[in-house]
Design a protein. Structure first.
Length: 547
């Protein structure tokens, strides 16, 4: 693609047209779910109070928030280890130096994430995924000396995307506003337009629309490592004036764009809210009607005769005067209707919405008397139901996220000027690292694999009471390593196989030496006893002869 302002602006407008079909849904999300958030589609000033005239039931909002929080706790909890690094070569993974280096790199990544705004921003990503079906996280090096990483969740109305031939999003164009002062600070007076310079002198808070286009470059010259020749292009333009503000690039794609689920031919995801929206609208209308009916029952209409009744009052303790001669009393007017049935309908709609938001699956522990094993079984069942969604998130979010973080850290220095990442062992030269997931949900997905190994081992031990040789069929070393991996045990816990063999060899040699020593001792004792017996026999013979 040509890196001209006109071409980028034209591409943005084309991609914006592809997004039009989702805009009405995004507006519904803002009206019914994200009512406390700023409008991502624009139209509100910051801090504007949003109207909630059409929202009469908050349960879908609570379900959406609960699912977002659950996703974060199950996939990227800050209190647990949720990822690991490995290599495909099992021989290398049995080397202690390789395992220690991988663990150290994991620690550096984890510390850098903890030291950044990652967990604050990743929650916003889960919220966008649950509600809009598509989210966008901008990952870049931090400008602060005490931090390595900076994350920014971008609102759904700010960006458009497109995919490559493999269905992977590789192009993001953002359209947002900069003030004249911000543009001067970001790009310098030399590169901004005349309009920006004039506004900066007179009204520095005047806003201008800016496009930031990030896409893969087609013709990269490997012998040139300048910013304009990096594999990922980054072009900033002033939208209205079609002026290029900056051209540079990235070594890795800086945006992480996960989607909840996609349909053939669509680049934007569909969320649980998308499925639940008809029921959400119906629920709010039903609650609106139910509230009106309840209000009329609590404060009913009154049926009064034309004459004989004084002024009506609805105040507590009020007095109503009527003509006792005619018995013309006011009476509450019954409108009919069946509130219990209406309540049942409302609860059924709530149940349907809850199923869409995995309410039953997320409510794992029903009783405080459940054992740890029962909890793990329930978690395993949930992982099968939620597995497809988590597989999508692992592929489109967590994998690209760690790859981007690794790329940034590989070029970062600590406060002492040393590389952030330790030097890899020589054995890992030109070896590609592989990301593994060790979050609670990932462990749950491996739970049944570990259970099958444990069940087989238990059965083998039980059968060995009848047929001792049955234990020879089990590779116990591989079994315990597989169970440890399924439970997320750090690889450094297990010794290298060579070390294990050496330990066993030393133990066998010690046992052999002890057996030989015992045998020599027994032989010496036997010889001693034999010598003594000969002496005793000789002495007895001499005594007989003397007699």
């Amino acid at each position: 693609m040509k890196e001209t302002a006109q071409d980028i602006k034209q591409l943005y407008n084309e991609l914006q047209n592809h997004k039009q079909g989702f805009l009405s849904f995004y507006k519904d999300v803002e009206d019914y779910i994200t009512i406390n958030h700023p409008r991502v589609m624009g139209g509100d000033m910051p801090g504007t109070a949003r109207s909630t005239d059409i929202v009469f039931d908050s349960s879908p909002i609570l379900m959406s928030n609960r699912l977002s929080a659950a996703l974060m706790s199950m996939l990227t909890s800050p209190s647990s280890k949720w990822f690991g690094l490995t290599v495909n070569d099992k021989r290398l993974m049995n080397m202690q130096a390789v395992k220690e280096w991988l663990v150290r790199v994991e620690d550096v990544i984890r510390e850098s994430l903890d030291n950044s705004n990652f967990y604050q921003e990743i929650y916003k990503i889960y919220v966008d995924l649950v509600n809009y079906g598509t989210a966008c996280l901008y990952v870049k090096p931090s400008n602060r000396a005490d931090k390595e990483l900076n994350f920014s969740a971008r609102p759904i109305g700010e960006y458009v995307v497109t995919e490559n031939e493999e269905g992977i999003i590789d192009t993001v164009i953002r359209k947002f506003e900069f003030t004249a002062r911000q543009m001067i600070m970001e790009f310098g007076k030399r590169y901004v337009s005349k309009e920006v310079k004039e506004a900066y002198e007179e009204k520095p808070e005047t806003k201008f629309e800016v496009l930031h286009c990030v896409y893969p470059r087609e013709n990269v010259k490997p012998n040139k490592m300048n910013k304009a020749n990096k594999p990922i292009a980054s072009v900033w333009i002033q939208y209205a004036e079609e002026k290029v503000l900056r051209k540079d690039g990235y070594n890795s794609f800086p945006f992480v764009v996960p989607r909840w689920v996609t349909h053939a031919g669509e680049m934007y995801g569909r969320s649980p809210v998308y499925v639940a929206m008809p029921d959400i609208k119906t629920l709010n209308e039903a609650m609106k009607t139910l509230l009106k009916s309840a209000q009329k029952i609590a404060d009913p209409l009154w049926s009064c005769p034309d004459e004989g009744v004084g002024d009506m009052t609805q105040e507590p303790g009020g007095v109503i005067y009527y003509d006792a001669m005619t018995s013309a009393k006011p009476e509450p007017y019954s409108l009919g209707g069946d509130l219990p049935i209406t309540n049942q309908i409302v609860e059924k709609i709530r149940e349907n919405i809850g199923n869409v938001f995995y309410a039953n699956q997320l409510h794992m522990i029903q009783s405080d008397r459940m054992t740890a094993e029962e909890v793990r079984i329930r978690a395993g069942e949930n992982s099968r139901i939620l597995g497809p969604t988590f597989g999508m998130l692992n592929y489109e979010m967590l994998g690209p996220l760690i790859e981007r973080v690794l790329d940034i850290l590989s070029k970062s220095l600590d406060t002492d000027g040393n590389p952030m990442l330790p030097t890899p062992p020589a054995e890992l030269a030109d070896k590609e690292l592989k990301l593994t997931f060790t979050s609670p949900m990932a462990k749950s997905q491996k739970y049944h694999e570990a259970q099958s190994v444990l069940y087989t081992a238990q059965s083998a031990i039980e059968w060995s009471q009848i047929i001792p040789t049955v234990l020879d069929n089990v590779n116990w070393d591989e079994a315990i390593r597989l169970v440890g991996d399924s439970n997320g045990t750090p690889p450094t816990v297990f010794l290298d196989k060579e070390v294990v063999e050496n330990v066993r060899q030393v133990r066998a040699n010690q046992q052999r030496a002890m057996q030989e020593a015992q045998l020599n001792e027994q032989q010496a004792e036997t010889a001693k006893k034999g010598t003594q017996a000969l002496k005793n026999a000789s002495s007895a013979e001499k005594t007989l002869r003397s007699d």
